[in-house]
Design a protein around this ligand. Structure first.
Ligand SMILES: Cc1cc2nc3c(=O)[nH]c(=O)nc-3n(C[C@H](O)[C@H](O)[C@H](O)COP(=O)(O)OP(=O)(O)OC[C@H]3O[C@@H](n4cnc5c(N)ncnc54)[C@H](O)[C@@H]3O)c2cc1C
Length: 368
């Protein structure tokens, strides 16, 4: 939370803290050689920092493993700090000075936010913006090219329908490309299907009171792989956001699976609840059955930006150049957080507006 808090924390050994003091003097790596996140952290900050800070963090954000992720693709800002300043610590200090000069605020001071009624509220609001021309729950079957237009083939209640348009923004996950029929030559499927999405189960426990024997005074916790638990972490929703539990109640969301233990996602519901309950008993002193349990499994949860990611993004860019009017966006490029997806979508919307401006963008859909 601050340099002083870091020096005082019992979470890292004294030798690991001293190891960190060497960081500004470690030579930057050759920027042309791609490194995994784990190798980068090991080289600059030491093994203990990798095991106890970065490993649990990456399990929480990517449901992934730092040994598999590409530094430049998954944490481009860290990569840039080393390239620009030669050191993370020097970069943090100089960056703070530069921000002060510009009068801008560090993103680290940004607060967590969500929506009062959960994430669905965002989708509902977007849908309501253009309700007369927005169709949800519609599966795209095929995309054809007709002269300079694209035609989307789809179905409404068993009836075939089609949309004709000058431009299409594809915002589906990469595994959806396996089933999308492009009825024209597009060499994209092979590259894009290399992106791996590990499964994640979200296990929600709700209590009418507070069952924990430790103070619930934070975001929650993330578990380092070394600690050999069955869960990567738990978020204390009722501490972070208001209205997530009845007054005095507790809402806990535990993540299970990811690349660390993908097999756990396939456990039957009762075994999954038992597995989560066992770790919450050990880590939070909870020894009661929850009043509410909700389980949601994401078979393909989060795209991993692995060592071949740059090559895959290059292939996506080549695909867009080859098919003018087709745009590709989503959490598999430019960052996986919701805010990254929104930033990306905004950039795509601006490209569409500038590249297709003055052209007829969409025509009415009709029956086949
Ligand atoms: C368990 C979990 C927890 C997360 N927690 C956070 C968090 O706390 N903070 C954060 O910032 N991010 C979080 N993320 C990441 C973030 O939610 C996602 O990266 C982001 O929502 C992805 O947005 P997207 O639009 O790229 O993809 P999606 O939201 O997956 O949207 C793709 C859409 O395409 C549709 N689709 C697929 N195939 C077709 C087809 N053939 N025709 C029509 N439609 C199709 C799908 O139905 C889906 O609606 C979390 C992710 C998971 C899985």
């Amino acid at each position: 939370m601050s340099p002083l808090a870091f020096l005082k924390t019992p979470l890292f050994s004294t030798s690991s803290k001293f190891r960190l003091l060497r960081e500004p003097f470690i030579r930057p790596a050759d920027p042309n050689i791609e490194e995994t996140l784990a190798d980068f952290v090991r080289r600059r900050l030491g093994e203990e920092f990798l095991d106890y800070a970065i490993n649990p963090f990456v399990a929480g954000v990517y449901a992934g493993d730092p040994e598999e992720l590409s530094l430049a693709s998954s944490f481009p800002k860290l990569h840039e700090l080393e390239r620009e300043y030669g050191s993370l610590i020097k970069g943090a200090i100089k960056g703070a000075r530069a921000r002060k000069k510009r009068g801008s605020v560090s993103k680290q001071t940004a607060r967590l936010f969500s929506f009062k009624n959960g994430m669905q509220q965002l989708v509902d609001a977007l849908t309501a913006l253009h309700s007369e021309s927005t169709y949800t729950d519609v599966r795209i079957d095929a995309i054809q090219k007709e002269e300079s237009d694209y035609v989307i083939r789809t179905r409404f209640g068993g009836e075939s329908a089609s949309f004709r348009s000058r431009g299409i923004v594809l915002a589906v996950p990469t595994h959806a490309y396996d089933e999308l029929r492009f009825e024209f030559d597009v060499p994209i499927r092979e590259e894009i299907s290399k992106i791996v999405y590990p499964p994640v189960a979200v296990v929600f426990f709700g209590y009418r009171d507070n069952p924990a024997s430790i103070p619930l005074d934070g975001f929650g916790f993330l578990v380092p792989k070394k600690e050999r638990r069955e869960i990567p972490g738990t978020i204390w929703n009722s501490t972070i956001f208001p209205g997530r539990a009845p007054t005095g109640g507790t809402a806990l969301t535990t993540f299970v699976g990811g690349t660390r233990q993908p097999e756990n996602v396939a456990l039957p519901d009762d075994r999954l609840v038992e597995t989560v309950g066992k770790d919450l008993r050990a880590l939070m002193g909870i020894d009661r059955t929850p009043d509410t349990i909700v389980i949601r499994r994401w078979e393909k949860a989060i795209p991993q930006y692995r060592m071949d990611h740059r090559k895959i993004v290059d292939a996506i860019e080549a695909f867009e150049r080859r098919c003018p009017g087709l745009y590709v966006t989503g959490n598999f490029r430019g960052g996986i957080s919701v805010s990254d997806c929104i930033t990306q979508a905004d950039a795509v919307a601006k490209r569409v507006a500038s590249e297709l401006s003055g052209q007829r963008v969409a025509s009415a859909h009709g029956e086949e």
